[in-house]
Write a protein that binds this ligand. Sequence first.
Ligand code: NAP
Length: 254
Amino acid sequence: MALELFRLDGRVALVTGATAGLGQTMAVALAGAGADIVSLGRRPGDETGDRVTGLGRRFSHICCDLAAATVTDLQDVITQVLFQMGRLDILVNNAGIIRRGPALEISEADWDEVLQVNLKALFFLSQAAARQMVQQGGGKIINIASMLSFQGGVRVPAYTAAKSGLAGLTHALANEWARHNVNVNAIAPGYMATDNTAALRADAGRNQAILERIPAGRWGVPGDLSGVVIFLASPASDYMHGAIVPVDGGWLSR
Ligand code: NAP
C-alpha cells in the first residue's frame, strides 16, 4: 500500500536535458515508476527513448535549443507535449550549462547564455507548464538546483547566479502555485560524475580537494537521484512545496 504512493502510472513527464547525464537517468527512473516520458534536448533522444520504451512506456522527443528558445517557443513545447501525450503531469527542469572562468574575465555572451538556459527558459517553460497543470487540477515541477544554490563556488559566477536564482524561484513559484495543487520543489545534487563536471574530475588537484570534502568519500552518480525524483513526482510528496532537497553525500553538512 505504502509503495503505491510512489507509482506514476498514467502520468506524463517532460524532462529537459534528458539526452544525457542526470536528466537521462531521471527520465528512466520516472518511466520505471510508470510515467510516459517526453524528453527535450538539442541532440536526438534515441538512447533515452530505447531505455524508456524498453520499460514499456511511451516516449517522444522534442528537439529544442533552450539557449535560443523564445517564450513562444517554450509555450509551443508544452503544446507539442499535449499533442503527443494528451496531458502533462510532471516537469523536470534539468537542462543546464556551466561556463568556467574568473569573475574578472567572464564575457557577456557566457553570462547571457548561462542565465538564459539555466534560469529564463526554466521560468517560462514552468509558466507554460503550470498553466496546463492548473487546468488539469495539479502537477509537479522539479527544478534541478546545485550546491551553488547555497554557496559561491569557484570561478563559475554566472552558474552560481542562475542556480541561486533557481532556489529563489522555487520558493516563489511554490508560494503562488501550491493552492492550485502544483508542487514546485528542487533537488540540489552535489558533485556528480557527468559531462558537466568532466573538467573538474580531470584536474587532479580539484578532484582530490572535492573528494576530501565529501563526507561520503565519493563522487555522486546519476542513479543517486532516482529515488528522490520519483518521490517528488509522486503523490508521496503532495504536501511538499518549495523544498530544496540536497543529494550531496553530506557536502552541505560539512
Ligand atoms: P550534462 O551531462 O552536461 O547534460 C546536460 C543536459 O542538458 C544534456 O541532456 C543536454 O542535452 C541538455 N542541454 C544543455 N544545453 C541545452 C540547451 N541549450 N538546450 C536544450 N538542452 C540543453 O549535465 P548534467 O551533469 O547531467 O547536469 C544536469 C543538471 O544538473 C544541470 O542543470 C546541472 O547544472 C545540474 N547539476 C549537475 C551537477 C553535477 O555534478 N553534474 C551538480 C549539480 C547540479 P543536449 O546536449 O541534447 O542539448
